[in-house]
Write a protein that binds this ligand. Structure first.
Ligand code: NZQ
Ligand code: ZN
Length: 387
């Protein structure tokens, strides 16, 4: 196992009726900027509960953070926070609102060009970000318990991730009841995103990390079991609760501690969103099967372990078993209703492959993956396999 330091500072309040705990978490004298998306929180009762919990605190609201939160939109929220001297940020929504809140919290006190925050992957952050809290309404990204945010800038077709230890939410409310209003597409996206988060930290090479491996496999199995249950019966609270908790653990740092990580599927996927506006989880479903094929040799041991322990494929020659595990993975995404081929999104594979490889190369991202061996030509190969 590699050395690691593990610290997750986010306090989680999980379960029904927990939104009221906001009143304990945010100081009574705080000036709060409440950030939200396109209005789902007004329809499902989350907004009223949040307002009740905030009580008499001075609160300014910013609605309109879009899916794949946009820099230009978020800068309007930054202007509001600065004008109103907000000293707390509260996000209520999905990963996009939470990521947007992290950016606003970091950008409001930042002197200089705030776009440098994502461009430098967070290194440009020098002033301490505002404290932030979250009410999560969509299980998917793990943003509720990590220090990551992904910011898009449509004007220049970019989508970049940043990380900073001071943008972990101070607290997150995870009330599975708030997710019952999600449409099937977003439930499926959440399952598909969390599944890929686990694989990016698990499907690398063995690191003698027995607990992380077993834990990762457990999360995958919970997603495989509870995901279809949730889609079949969207009112099933227990299935939903398991999904919410599994998605949090998929990217709260625990299974990634002390092990090699890949993240090439995400890097390639972000380009597909930036260029073509494809939902985040759909981009992962397009990239992942091809990446598993192209990286078969370097991932052989873990692919075999994945086949045996997650899909229970214990028979047959090594390669046949790996092929079957890859096909099970593709079939799982398709069973959720997430299409896995570029043609399904009206895109030509050869053209898209060349375009994405060029963009990543131009940004200097020429050595992705746990061994740094996912070069532009491999990226092209991976996407061509998604024809
Ligand atoms: O905008 P509203 O009206 O709230 O509607 C949203 C949005 O249209 C809706 N929604 C959310 N909760 C709902 C609901 N509708 C009904 N009932 C509810 N309870 O769902 C739509 C999608 O929301 P969004 O927040 O965009 O989805 P998600 O949580 O999948 O977040 C995706 C973003 O997170 C980034 C992605 O790249 C993408 O930008 N990621 C962030 C990560 C992180 N911070 O660690 C890691 C991930 O890999 C990912 O990259
Ligand atoms: Zn993701």
């Amino acid at each position: 196992m590699e050395n690691f330091t593990y610290h997750n500072p986010t306090r989680i309040h999980f379960g029904r009726g927990q939104i009221k705990k906001i009143s304990r978490e945010i100081p009574a004298g705080a000036r709060v900027l409440l950030l939200a998306g396109g209005g789902s929180i007004k329809k499902n009762g989350v907004y009223d509960q949040v307002k009740n919990a905030l009580g008499a605190r001075v609160t300014h609201e910013f609605f309109g953070v879009e899916a794949n939160p946009d820099f230009d939109t978020l800068m309007q929220a930054v202007a509001l926070a600065r004008r109103e001297k907000s000293d707390w940020v509260l996000a209520a929504g999905g990963g996009s609102v939470l990521d947007g809140a992290k950016f606003v919290a970091a950008a409001a006190p930042h002197a200089g060009d705030a776009w440098q925050i994502p461009v430098t992957h967070g290194a440009a952050i020098t002033a301490p970000p505002l404290p932030l809290g979250a009410v999560l309404t969509l299980p998917a990204t793990g943003s509720e318990a990590n220090g990551n945010a992904v910011i898009s800038r449509r004007a220049i077709k970019e989508k970049l991730a940043f990380h900073h230890p001071l943008v972990y939410p101070r607290f997150s409310i995870l009330d599975p009841g708030t997710t019952l209003s999600l449409p099937a597409r977003q439930i499926a996206n959440g399952i598909g995103d969390a599944f890929c988060h686990v694989l990016e930290q698990y499907l690398t090479f063995p690191a003698a990390a027995a607990l992380q491996d077993r834990f990762a496999e457990s999360i995958l199995k919970v997603l495989i079991d509870e995901g279809p249950k949730t889609l079949a019966d969207p009112s099933d609270y227990d299935a939903r609760a398991n999904l919410v908790w599994a998605a949090t653990w998929a990217l709260n740092g625990a299974i990634g501690a002390g092990v090699p990580q890949d993240w090439a599927t995400h890097a390639i996927g972000h380009e597909l969103t930036a260029l073509h506006g494809i939902d985040h989880a759909c981009t992962l479903a397009i990239v992942l099967p091809g990446l598993m094929r192209v990286q078969r040799e370097t991932k052989r041991e873990k692919l075999t372990q994945y086949a045996a322990r997650v899909w229970r494929l214990r028979e047959g020659a090594g390669d046949a078993r790996i092929d079957a595990a890859i096909e099970h993975t593709r079939a799982f995404y398709e069973s959720l209703g997430i299409r896995t081929r570029l043609a399904d999104y009206g895109l030509d594979a050869a053209e898209t492959a060349a375009q994405v490889a060029r963009r990543l190369a131009a940004r200097g991202e020429t050595a992705l993956g746990e061994r740094g061996d996912i070069t532009p030509s491999r990226i092209e190969q991976i996407l061509r396999l998604a024809a």
